[in-house]
Design a protein around this ligand. Structure first.
Ligand code: AMP
Ligand code: MN
Ligand code: MN
Ligand code: MN
Length: 276
């Protein structure tokens, strides 16, 4: 079995359409795939149909943007029913926030002499969510930094000209939408937040008391040391473990669909909740 429970498509900031993503995952040997676009479930039906045709198991999912103590934290909802009203209404609110924020990013960049960023990002996003990734690709193409990574560092993170402080969903709120939709809430890529051990402990406690049940122990680019410390935290706080590449595009040759290390011992995989 090869599980990859965190991936993106063109419905948010991924490069492949939902169907293409499923085909690529199947080719890579993934047996269980979750599509987790940012704040949007529009790709799930297409991916589900393609997974059926490719003979792999598909887990309908979403990655919800939350704000916890003024910090951005992502929560993945696995095995959700996208038709759930509370979930749909919650995501609709976040989608409106994304649009307003993107317009403001465009205005702030324009003040720095960078014209047309909002329009360019919107065009790149197409029918999908507008994300900072779309701005980053436009800014990189304008030659404003050497790489997409550098664009983030110089323009799009806290303290930089194109950064817009945003109030996403509350942590408890996001977990409650996921649970009402019949899903399981997973704290995404805890290593990425660069929290100290005590802050991460606080987050895991809050997440657990909100009803969160699992944490991504294996997340995309996490190092062996980060995996071990997250595994220890999962055992300590009695959270199940999830694994996901956070795949966005094939440009990073070192990050491939389904190519993930094994879970460390002494953990309960989140998929033990499901039948097969
Ligand atoms: P948003 O949800 O619109 O704030 O966009 C966040 C997305 O930007 C994340 O999901 C990543 O895909 C991407 N991202 C964030 N930070 C970086 C970074 N330093 N380098 C490259 N991509 C990044
Ligand atoms: Mn992303
Ligand atoms: Mn994320
Ligand atoms: Mn992600």
């Amino acid at each position: 079995m090869i599980y990859d429970l965190h991936t993106h498509s063109t419905v948010s900031d991924g490069a492949y359409s939902p169907a293409e993503l499923v085909r690529q995952a199947a080719t890579a040997g993934v047996t269980h795939l979750a599509l987790t676009d940012h704040d949007c479930t529009d790709g799930l039906a297409e991916a589900q149909a393609c997974a059926r045709a490719c003979g792999i198991r598909f887990i309908p999912a979403v990655e919800i943007s939350t704000t916890w103590l003024e910090k951005s934290v992502h929560v993945v909802g696995l095995n959700i029913d996208p038709a759930c009203r509370e979930l749909r209404e919650g995501l609709a609110r976040l989608q409106a926030i994304r649009l307003t924020r993107a317009e403001e990013i465009g205005r702030r960049l324009a003040k720095r002499g960078i014209q047309g960023a909002f329009e360019a990002a919107r065009e790149r996003a197409g029918m999908g969510m507008i994300t900072r990734t779309h701005f980053a690709h436009f800014l990189a193409e304008q030659g404003l930094a050497a790489s997409v990574r550098d664009v983030f560092d110089h323009y799009l993170v806290r303290g930089k000209p194109g950064y817009v402080p945003t109030q996403w969903a509350g942590l408890e709120e996001a977990v409650s939408w996921i649970k009402m939709a019949g899903g399981v809430a997973v704290l995404a890529h805890p290593q990425r937040y660069k929290f100290t051990g005590s802050w991460l402990g606080r987050l895991l406690l809050d997440f657990k008391s909100a009803g969160g049940e699992a944490v991504e122990v294996i997340a995309g680019t996490a190092s062996p040391g980060e995996i071990q410390s997250t595994a220890a935290a999962a055992r300590r706080y009695q959270l199940m473990a999830s694994v996901g590449s956070d795949f966005h595009n094939p440009d990073n040759s070192w990050l491939k669909l389904g190519r993930l290390p094994e879970l460390p011992p002494g953990l309960t995989p989140v998929w033990s909740l499901w039948d097969d």
